[in-house]
Every structure is written in C-alpha cells, then in structure tokens.
Write a new protein. Sequence first.
Length: 585
Amino acid sequence: MRQLFIAALGAFIATLASAQQLKVPGLREPVEVIRDTYGVNHIYAKNEHDLFFAQGYCAAKDRLFQFEMWRLQATGTTAEVFGEKELKRDIGVRRFRYRGDLSQELNHYHPNGQAIIVAFTDGVNACVREALKDPSKLPLEFKLLGIQPKEWTPMVVISRHQGLLGNIAEEVSVGRQVATVGPEKARDLDVFEPGQPLLDIDPVINKQRLFDDVTELYDAYRKPLSLTPKDLVVSANTNQKEYKALAMQDEEDYDKMIETGVIGSNNWIVSGPLTQNGYPILANDPHRALSAPSLRYMVHLNAPGWDVVGGGEPTIPGISIGHNDFGAWGLTIFYIDGEDLYVYELNPANKRQYKYQGRWEDMRVIKDTLHVKGKSDVYVDHLYTRHGPVSYFDEQNNIAYAIRCAWLEPGGAPYLASLRIDQAKNWEDFRAACSYSHIPGENMIWADRKGDIGWQVVGIAPIRRNWSGLVPVPGDGRYEWSGYLPITSLPNISNPSKGFWATANENLVPFDYPHNDAVGANWSDSYRADRINEVLGSGKKHTQVDMMRLQFDYLSIPARNLVPFLKELKSMDVKADVARLEFCA
C-alpha cells in the first residue's frame, strides 16, 4: 500500500496546480481524493461513512450514464425511456425482484452493510443532484436520449439483473433434448461430470410444451440492454458525428458480441518456496463481456479499518478483486446450480391456483403499474408460487412455470459480500468472509504476507435429494430443496502440497465429494487449466514477470496434440492451417 500511496502522491504533486476543493453535502469530515496517472481514484477518508459516500460519488462522477442505465434496469423502468419494446424486461425485473426483509439483506454483506450501502447511494445521489443543477453539462448520452439521471435507493445496489446467476437456460435446453431423443441419447450430446446425473423427465410433465417460451420473463429480464439509432432524440442542432458515435449495433449483433465476449477466466496462486522472492504470488484474469464503458472499475479505499485496492463493478461499494495490507484474493466462475424450473398443473376452475400435494393452492399476486413511453400505463399482476416467480403462464393448456432462484434469498446481490473479504487479515478471516458470498458461484483464491495460500469455492448451493437439477420438475411437492450446503463445505484447500493451485472454470470437484447434488454438472474444457498447471509445475522459481507471460500465453494444448497428425497432409490450404496451429502450439 505504501508504494501505491507514494505513486499516487507523486502524481498528485505533479498536478497540484489543477487540484480542486469541492463542497459536497453529506460528508461528515474532509475527504481527499487523488486521481493517479492511470485514472484510478485513491480515496482517503477519516471514517467509514465518508469512505463509501465518496466511492459512490466518484464512481457516479466517472460513469454517470452507465449508472443511469443500471438504475433503469434495476428498477424496471427502461420502458419509460425506450418504449414498449422494453416492457417485458421491466415486467421481468419486477417479477424477479428481491422482496424479502431489506435490513436482513443489506446487513448480510457486512456487519455495517446497511450503513455502507446507504452511504454509497447517498454519494451517488449527491453526484446526481450536482449534475442536475446545470443539465446543459450532462454527458452527451443524456442529451441524445433526451433524459436526465435520477436518484438511487439501496434497492438499485442489490439488484441481481446483471449477475452470473444460474443454469436455467441449460436446464431448459437439456429438458428439450431429453424430450426429443430421450435421456440416454441426451447424455451423449453433452458432458456431465462428475458422475452420470439422472436426466429423466417426470411423466406428469407435458414434454412438448417445454418447447414453448417457458422462461419468457426471466429471459427478457436478463437480456443485455442495447441502444439503437431509433432510441435517440435528435434535434436540428445535434452534431451528427456525436449521434453516430453513440448509436450501437442492432440487438442481434450486440447479443453476438456478448456471447463471444464471455470466455474462460483464469486464476492461480503460487507459494513462497516456488517464487524467486520467497513470497506467494496471486494472479487473476477474470473474463466478462467486453463493453464500453467497462463493467470493471478500479479504486483504492483508505479509512480507519479499511485499506484496500483493486477492481469491482462501479455500481457496488467495496472491492471484488484486489488486495489489502494483509493479503490478496481473486475469483473465477465455479458452476453451481442455483435455479430450477417448476411446472404446475393449473385449476381449470380457477387459473390462479396450482396443484401442490394433491390440493389447489393459491398463487400470490402483487399488482403493479408500469409506465411506457408514448403509451398508456400497463397494469400487471405479478404471480408467484411457493417456489418462486412465474416465468410463463399458459392458460390455454392449464400449465404454469415458475423458477426457484437461490439468489432471491438474502445475500443474493452479486459480489457485494466482498465487503467482508476486503477486511480479511488471514486465511481464516478470508474463509469466514467467503461463507457469506452467495452469488456467483466462484473459485476464490487467497495469498497473504505470512505465506499462506488457499482455495475456497463459494456460492449458494441448493441440496437436491431426488433429482439432478438438470431438467424441469413438477411443482406438486415431490421435488423440494433440502436447504443449502454450508459454503465452507464446498471444495477447498489450504497450502496445497504441490505449492500452487490454479482454476480455469474446469471441473475441480473431488472424485469422492459427497455433495454432487449441490454443485454444477457442466464445466469448461480443462486444457486452459492443464496449461497453467504445466507451467506452474515446471520446477522453476517463478517471478511476477513469469506470471504476466502466463496471462498472455498462446500455447494451445489441443493444437499441440493435433498438429503432428496433420503435418503430412498435401493440400496447400491445410498446410496454411497447420502453420497457424503450430504457432499456437
């Protein structure tokens, strides 16, 4: 931290002439913010409230339009700006909103969670109010859309709308495969591990109806928001170059970018005996879709009890990936199945009732009003079964579908439990903090100054006693979760004997793991992890430069294995392809 402070201080002194003093209502004491040469804010506060107030203020100052787009999605108000095309998104957002006890939710993430999150949103709102004093100075995007930013509430911070949540799309896909070719042949179409999970669909389910849009509202809620030229309000005075700069590709191209932009993450830890300087090294390369502005945001937070630097998402307080004075941590995705699709028989005499344990049970109904740009208000009945929000209502066939979501339990806001990790002082603290990390399922790794390294899988993991979670099930009471597996019972290791540990979204479930029903069954291919392990296990003493090289390593194990079989082929086109493969190998 001292080196970072000196670097930041040097940058501050170099730009002292441009220093500003701002009076921001809501602060309790003076706060110093130093922006270094990389554009990273170093926030020095005298108390916890002001630290997170300043984080919210500074992040919103840097990313005001991104913050407004986030707020629109989190509150289900996109149709107010973009019209009827976003109506189903808003219905889905509100249908899948967290509706539990707010204090319990906020304080799950940290003992002072409610105060921290409120301070953060107060800082965001201070920035919004400041910006609205002179709307002519708002960022260009606001002008082209003809909108202004609005204030936040803690509900925006705890939104799950952009989280990496579960496997419902896979579950529907596998269910449709089974409906088409049967469970045995469906198992041949994919790789499920560990073991051979059951894929049989309960005979009471109408398999052909699974090809309907059974997750309609969930999918609408989860779809990336994209702008098109039609969304922009262009006046005669609008600079056409600016107009074109904001216009994004159509939704099909955008979705393709999102799909192809999400590739595997990597992280690893190396113990001191395997490094040249004798200290552990941690490296992390988490991948998400490329976007502008970025989903990531770097910041340094310093106040009594807090001294942490790293990256997270700009819209949440704290640091998700980084280090403090005691240790460093990182993450990659570990697949945990926290979602299930339930299928219900409806009462022909009362379509708001579904059969459960031989009786007709009333759905819970929450009435809502949505505003739509250029249209009349839309009145919606949000429907819920005992398992969760109704995603599709097929009145004609007397069928309803609901999704049970573990992330609708308290603590389901993605990455927010990192607040606890930010103050960890050792491996034991880290594991204790990890036990609050529900979403996403992750490989969390740790390395500290004392020399300890470790790996702990995190995530809220439902226990299923009589089915795999890979196909839809009836909601009649025969398929219920048996609570959640304690997070510290998920796979973990401390100071591995080989001196290092790596994760790359591959299957790391131990062969004899007793809780296979609570973890995922589909994993990334292992060749990335194999390559990392190959390099780390080479026997050499590693340096930070070596770790940087490994982050950019081009060697492809599949190419290395395939090239020898292709070298004798005669086609010129094949020869060119082989040459490219040899480069990768």
